[in-house]
Design a protein around this ligand. Structure first.
Ligand SMILES: NC(=O)c1ccc[n+]([C@@H]2O[C@H](COP(=O)([O-])OP(=O)(O)OC[C@H]3O[C@@H](n4cnc5c(N)ncnc54)[C@H](O)[C@@H]3O)[C@@H](O)[C@H]2O)c1
Length: 252
């Protein structure tokens, strides 16, 4: 698909990677429906996208809420005319060890902390993909693409039971949906970034950020634009499906 032909729904578009994806798509002349829980961030995105070749429509929605997702997808498709690209990018971190010991007490990872991450990162992607793919199938939208933004830490990372599990599951969904949706002409791909310079990374403490950066062979965090280049490949390359591209500076 040519970028200019993309009619894209991007979740988590008010910040970081999603914001960069929305701005680059608008700059290329694609139409964008930007979805996020952060209404103020979406307003800032609209102001910034005004220099692009096309505009950005915004939708305040929590992707983990089934009814809200259903309504938002309908409204986004009405605004775009059709949706031929979905980028499941919304994600959160709520790090914590499964069990830890402090001052003689054993602390357990709270179930709410587990669930909040699974609900946003995994259930949110499932709900969005299900609603958008149903529209793609019903309206015979071709070409069509679903992208899941995963993470290097889908391979496992101490302190990230919830986050790592959500991203590993997302990678499994990328492969599963690619098989299921190929007969309908829908491609499904994943991008697994390593460290990227976004507000999510900034939310970690200095010491943790420095320790993580030290593990990257290229010696730095990536920039959102460098992850956009991978999304651009997935959009443009019609032979790509069912795989997750790692863009991580060589980190293991
Ligand atoms: N920054 C990194 O180092 C890094 C590395 C690997 C993967 N990722 C992944 O990239 C994606 C984007 O991360 P980022 O670094 O840009 O983070 P970010 O915190 O800057 O942006 C995430 C956006 O998602 C939105 N969001 C959160 N919960 C939501 C919900 N329930 N419904 C709708 N929107 C919601 C937030 O409001 C925010 O605008 C995430 O899936 C993240 O896991 C990031």
């Amino acid at each position: 698909m040519e970028l200019v032909d993309a009619r894209a729904i991007v979740t988590g578009a008010a910040s970081g990677l999603g914001r960069r994806f929305a701005l680059e798509l608008a700059r290329a002349g694609a139409r964008v429906a930007a979805v996020d829980v952060d209404a103020d961030g979406l307003q800032r995105l609209v102001a910034e996208a005004s220099g692009g070749r096309s505009g950005v429509d915004t939708f305040v929605c929590d992707v983990s809420r089934e009814e809200a997702v259903r309504t938002t997808v309908q409204q986004a498709i009405a605004a775009l005319g059709t949706a031929n690209v979905l980028v499941n990018n919304a994600g959160i971190l709520r790090d914590g060890l499964l069990v830890s010991q402090e001052d003689g007490f054993v602390r357990k990872l709270p179930t709410a902390q587990w669930r909040s991450v699974l609900e946003t990162n995994l259930t949110g992607a499932y709900l969005m993909a299900r609603e958008v793919a149903a529209q793609m199938v019903e309206r015979q939208v071709r070409p069509a693409l679903v992208v899941n933004i995963s993470s290097l830490t889908g391979g496992g990372n101490a302190g990230q039971s919830n986050y790592s599990a959500s991203k590993a599951a997302l990678d499994a969904l990328t492969r599963t949906w690619a098989m299921e949706l190929a007969p309908h002409g829908i491609r499904v791909g994943g991008i697994a970034p390593g460290l990227v310079d976004t507000p999510m990374l900034a939310s970690l403490g200095d010491a943790e950020r420095e320790a993580l950066t030290a593990k990257v062979p290229l010696g730095r965090a990536g920039q959102p634009y460098e992850i956009w280049l991978a999304l651009r490949l997935l959009i443009e390359c019609e032979f790509f499906t069912g795989r997750v591209i790692a863009v991580d500076g060589g980190a293991a």
